[in-house]
Design a protein around this ligand. Structure first.
Ligand SMILES: [Zn+2]
Length: 251
């Protein structure tokens, strides 16, 4: 029986929940928006699945990839962030989604450029900007150029401060992304159980010589402490974002 389960898991038909260890038929999990029906664990999802469950069907139009000077850098269409124009329950916005499966959702030069372009694009078109964050932080392989993206995205946000912005923190959002543009939104939403922070708990424990609580950097604790505005279940995310987009249009 164990062997059959292993084969089914390997070919993707069944998926094991990392939280409660239940084996779930992958198609059922997809229908349930990648949320475990047994324990409500929110699975990490890539940008394609995120767009599929967030946008109105067929409404996402991806931005033109930004021409890069260096041929070594990855074109933006294959980057840790995808952005474009979209409709969410009929409400127009510029939507960005980060993909943790692509190099840990790290923000390098191309990803930083895409975020800056989305902010300026939203300002030009007079649309709100919504970004789903999932990132380990700055792309350290790009050295100082990676770190510079924190400055660039924050600068772009200060230039486009009249653009209504919603950040959705998904699991995990850490490092230079949580410490730069992601925390500068007008409305900050998180998915249940998302880890949000700068340095990881092990690093902090080792540096500070202390023991941290088990729910340290958990979305609900951060809401209690006032860092984020609300924790929203994935099955209510679309309507919550649409509510705020409509509200932005009226004000
Ligand atoms: Zn579960």
């Amino acid at each position: 029986m164990t062997e059959i389960l292993d084969i089914a898991k390997k070919d993707g038909r069944w998926t094991e929940c990392p939280s409660c260890s239940e084996i779930i038929i992958t198609a059922k999990l997809r229908d349930n928006l990648w949320v475990c029906p047994h324990c409500d664990h929110h699975f990490r999802i890539g940008s394609e699945d995120r767009l599929a469950i967030t946008c109105d069907e067929g409404s996402f139009v991806e931005m033109e990839p930004v021409p890069l000077r260096s041929e070594e850098q990855t074109p933006v269409s294959e980057e840790a962030v995808k952005g474009g124009r979209a409709l969410i329950m009929g409400q127009q916005c510029i939507l960005g989604v980060m993909d943790f499966t692509f190099k840990g959702g790290s923000m390098g030069v191309a990803a930083g450029q895409a975020i800056v372009d989305m902010m300026h694009g939203a300002q030009r078109k007079g649309l709100p900007f919504v970004i789903f964050c999932a990132s380990g932080g700055v792309r350290v392989q790009e050295g100082i150029w990676g770190l510079l993206q924190m400055l660039r995205t924050v600068h772009a946000r200060t230039q486009t401060i009249n653009v209504p912005m919603i950040t959705v923190f998904t699991d995990p959002t850490t490092g230079g992304v949580s410490a730069s543009f992601a925390g500068l939104a007008d409305i900050m939403i998180a998915e249940p159980g998302a880890k949000i922070g700068f340095a990881g708990p092990r690093v902090i424990e080792a540096t500070m010589s202390c023991t941290l609580p088990p729910d340290f950097q958990d979305a609900s604790r951060l809401m209690t402490n006032g860092f984020i505005d609300m924790v929203v279940h994935r099955n209510r995310m679309r309507e919550t974002i649409a509510f705020f987009l409509k509200w932005f249009c009226q004000t």
